[in-house]
Design a protein around this ligand. Structure first.
Ligand SMILES: [Zn+2]
Length: 74
């Protein structure tokens, strides 16, 4: 599977932070329309666009191998 381009994703989110929210359990950036986190199934989110943008910038500047647990081989 190709590795997702986090820089591109981050840019998309920074430009439209109101469409995303942050999972309060695992810190994943989740689409605003999602009821539960696709990563950990949590249902508590931080929907503050300012926090979302900060989190996205952080995501875009980290090396891909360090972004999430999902990148590590099983
Ligand atoms: Zn989560």
């Amino acid at each position: 599977m190709p590795r997702p381009d986090y820089k591109e994703i981050a840019t998309t989110i920074v430009n439209d932070p109101a469409s995303y929210k942050i999972c309060l359990v695992c810190g994943a950036l989740v689409d605003q329309s999602a009821d539960t986190c696709p990563d950990c199934a949590a249902y508590r989110f931080d929907a503050d666009p300012k926090h979302v943008a900060d989190c996205a910038i952080d995501l875009g500047t980290r090396p891909p191998s360090a972004v999430t647990h999902l990148d590590r081989p099983a």
